[in-house]
Design a protein around this ligand. Structure first.
Ligand code: GDP
Length: 534
């Protein structure tokens, strides 16, 4: 059992056993493989490989997914739930490409911890580092898995040093690799003084565990050849001297990461990592909200939408809002209050995502992620409660860094294009600005790739050819201030003004000079590059 922080009541056991986390990694480090093995150990699927197989069956249905596959990136996030020992794991998938960082950021607002996967030969790569920065902003606890130890890997101390230095994070070895590449035998479990031996013959087999009474146990010699054993003893002795010991509190505060070594493809080290998630990743945490924070143990149910995915099934044109439950015990059919719209919403067909299948959720607890099919009422940042006027905060929207004019390939279809763009905007896939002057729409994204994805999706899902062309603007800023001042500002700057898909006022420009001028000439107006979704 985990220690509860002082002054907080014990969580109901159903909530205390939940661990909601995401995996962050650089493409190719092994996130998909590790996810499959999690599900395998979690008993959610019979055989590893199914996640990919099912995913691929679905992918062939659309060009967009084909593009995702060709580029080896995962664009759409999803959530998966499975049990492991006494725990319920909720794994939220993060998009792997940097162009989707806003989506990733929001995904990370819905988890209590992250598992960072690194490739043993490559160490901390660019994307790992970016994603880590996002975790750091929220002080998310991080558990590290150093993968591909069955291949030539870097020296263990070197890997640990790199993480410590590049990420300014204390690293404590939870396991220590014995050999590497062809000689990789397994790991010494530093937390339980056990030997974990890898079975190369059967990739889906759980590693053999041998209880050892410390490194000097003569039994070690029965399993580890002398040269490797000498090195292991030396390394572990040095590690215990030079590296900090595991401090659960420091892990919870995001100051220290325990690292496990293994090989996802050989199912090795995965079980120990999962035990580690159970032991060191925190149970559902309180959620920032206004006017007060929400504690998971509160009886009243509440939750917030961190992701919306449209057209998950192109045949149904449905839309699923992913809700992270912040508190309480949710039951199917509950009537909740949609706080922004001030309207009741009956959640009659919530879905839980078990492996690659969707299943109807009869109940869920704080920490869980449920999908709510809807027709567009639910947007990112929305809070649902049992009536109280609470709004979860801290879910940002970022000003796009690239702006382009969207044009329907067929001018007769401009109205349809507007509808499609709005839908993607609500999904969080792009920002759509309607200029106060002139016609058409300006679409804003974070990375160029998003235009391509949008283009293929609009064509696929709506049958509309679309062109993205250069826009006269390059920057967008949200405009806030006292109502009358904003009105006056709009009137005086019409050619720069647009409204975003939520109806908020935006200032468009191509010059930093303009932004500076506004700051100088309009002291009551604030131009900001982020806004809170709520
Ligand atoms: P992702 O892009 O992070 O999701 O990475 P994948 O899970 O798709 O893995 C990338 C490649 O590395 C695939 O070809 C995997 O088969 C391979 N791979 C994953 N884990 C291991 C491992 O432990 N050892 C080796 N040798 N290859 C691995």
């Amino acid at each position: 059992m985990l220690d509860q922080p002082p002054n907080r009541p014990a969580l109901p056991p159903e909530i205390a056993r939940r661990r909601t986390f995401a995996i962050i990694s650089h493409p190719d480090a092994g996130k998909t493989t590790l996810t499959e093995k999690f599900l395998l150990y979690g008993g959610a699927i019979q055989m590893a490989g199914q996640v990919r197989a099912k995913g691929e069956a679905r992918r062939t249905r659309s060009d967009f997914m084909q593009m995702e596959k060709d580029r080896g990136i995962s664009v759409s996030a999803s959530a998966m739930s499975f049990d492991f020992n006494e725990f319920r794991f909720n794994l939220v998938d993060t998009p792997g490409h940097s162009d989707f960082s806003e989506d990733t950021y929001r995904t990370l607002t819905a988890v209590d911890a992250a598992v960072m996967v690194i490739d043993g030969a490559k160490g901390v790569e660019s994307q790992t580092r970016k994603l880590f920065e996002v975790c750091r902003m929220r002080d998310l606890p991080i558990l590290t898995f150093c993968n591909k130890m069955d291949r030539e890997a870097r020296d263990t101390f070197e890997i640990i040093d790199e993480i410590q230095e590049m990420l300014a994070l204390h690293v404590t070895p939870a396991s220590w690799p014995i050999g590497q590449g062809r000689d990789f035998l397994g790991c010494y479990d530093m937390l339980n003084d056990r030997l974990e031996l890898m079975d190369r013959a059967d990739r889906n087999r759980v590693a053999e565990t041998i209880e050892i009474a410390g490194l000097d146990d003569p039994k070690m010699a029965d399993h580890v050849p002398p040269a490797l054993l000498d090195k292991l003893r030396e390394d572990v002795e040095m590690a215990r001297e030079l590296l900090p010991a595991l401090d659960a509190q420091a892990v919870r505060e995001g100051q220290m990461t325990p690292i496990w070594f293994g090989s996802a493809i050989n199912s090795f080290g995965v079980r120990e990592l999962m035990q580690g998630i159970g032991a060191y990743a925190p149970e559902p945490q309180p959620q920032r909200a206004t006017p007060r924070q929400i504690a998971p143990e509160e009886e009243a149910v509440s939750g917030f939408v961190f992701k919306v995915q449209a057209n998950m099934d192109p045949r149904h044109r449905d839309r699923v809002a992913f809700l992270r439950l912040a508190s309480g015990h949710f039951r199917r059919g509950m009537k909740l209050t949609h706080v922004r719209a001030k309207k009741p919403i009956t959640v009659s067909a919530p879905v839980l995502f078990l492996a690659a299948d969707r299943e109807l959720a009869e109940e869920a607890w704080a920490g869980d992620i449920i999908g709510i099919p809807n027709h567009g009422q639910l947007r990112i940042g929305d809070t649902l409660t049992e009536g109280e006027n609470l709004r979860v905060s801290g879910i940002p929207a970022f000003a796009p860094e690239l702006l382009q004019q969207a044009r329907a390939g067929d001018p007769m279809k401009a109205k349809h294009l507007e509808k499609a763009l709005m839908q993607f905007a609500e999904e969080g896939a792009a920002k759509v600005f309607k200029p106060a002057f002139g016609s058409g729409f300006i679409v804003g994204v974070v990375g160029q790739l998003q235009f391509e994805v949008l283009g293929s999706r609009i064509e696929m899902e709506y049958g509309l050819p679309v062109r993205f062309e250069g826009s006269q603007f390059t920057s967008a800023r949200w405009v806030t201030g006292p109502h009358d001042k904003v009105e006056a500002f709009i009137a005086a700057n019409k050619q720069h003004i647009a409204h975003d898909n939520d109806g908020d006022v935006v200032y468009l420009t191509r010059l930093q000079w303009d932004i500076d001028r506004v700051a100088r000439d309009y002291p009551d107006i604030t131009l900001s590059a982020t806004k809170e979704m709520m």
